[in-house]
Design a protein around this ligand. Structure first.
Ligand code: ADP
Ligand code: ZN
Length: 243
């Protein structure tokens, strides 16, 4: 249960930045559980639009399947709209956004409009060679979103989710080797260059994304709890369905 009343985690805004497969979604899930923050993942929002077959989803699908980036205005519109539905008290984790310098500039405007300011940009630093292996084997439970991996973490009972007993699993169509290579190239060319912009503003906190998941989780919690400031869970909001 989350504590009632005012808490320093209120209205905190953080970006999780790192290449595909760095563990942004996993850590965002931990932050939701630990602190009651809300994850805004443009990748999840786009996949939901693809599944729903909306015009936006149909437009985005081909781009995503190639591993390229969807337009800055589309993803920024999604973020703007999602923030509009949250109380100012709710702490937010931006996962997979911003991904270009233009998106970073748009995010500043969007945050200002919603009366928010950026607190931390958490860089998940990873070894690129490990990423292709991590991504090309991963799949999730279609019911509860629990993550699995062909080579590193299969369900204990084959075909049955450890967490919820579900028997349906999903793989992302863009998690194949060729598309992963394009996604990594897009990251290097367009996303990595926004790190120095945030570093110049003193916002970047670097975390070793190759460490054990639990250790990365603890490290991020520590970053969110600066000396003399206790971060308590914010008001809980419903966790959006996993992609
Ligand atoms: P990952 O970080 O594992 O590559 P995401 O789920 O964040 O995956 O994104 C999947 C795809 O969705 C991207 O390859 C891209 O096509 C699209 N996408 C997601 N977020 C953005 C964004 N901020 N800007 C442009 N395209 C995006
Ligand atoms: Zn499950």
């Amino acid at each position: 249960m989350h504590a009632d009343g005012p808490s320093p985690a209120r209205g905190v805004n953080i970006i999780l930045l790192g290449p595909p497969g760095a563990g942004k979604g996993t850590q965002a899930g931990f932050l939701m559980d630990d602190l009651g923050m809300v994850q805004l993942s443009t990748g999840d929002m786009l996949r939901a639009a693809v599944r729903a077959g909306t015009p936006l989803g149909r437009e985005a699908k081909a781009v995503m399947d190639r591993g390229e980036l969807v337009s800055d205005s589309i993803v920024s519109g999604l973020i703007d709209e999602a923030l509009g539905g949250l109380s100012p008290e709710t702490g937010v984790i931006f996962d997979g956004y911003p991904r270009t310098a233009a998106q970073a500039a748009l995010l500043d405007e969007i945050l200002a409009r919603h009366g928010r300011t950026l607190d931390h940009v958490i860089e998940l630093a990873v070894d690129e060679d490990a990423l292709v292996d991590r991504i090309t084997g991963r799949f999730t439970c279609a019911t509860c979103g629990e993550g699995y991996h062909d080579r590193h973490k299969l369900p204990v009972q084959p075909g049955v989710c450890d967490r919820c007993g579900g028997t349906e699993f999903r793989r992302r169509p863009d998690d194949n080797e060729e598309t992963v290579r394009t996604r990594l190239a897009e990251y290097r060319a367009k996303t990595a260059p926004i790190l120095p912009i945030y570093a110049a503003r003193g916002l970047v906190r670097r975390v070793d994304g190759m460490a054990e998941m639990a250790q990365v989780r603890a490290e991020i919690r520590r970053l969110l709890r600066p000396a003399g400031r206790r971060v308590e869970p914010g008001p809980a909001e419903a966790r959006p369905p996993a992609a």
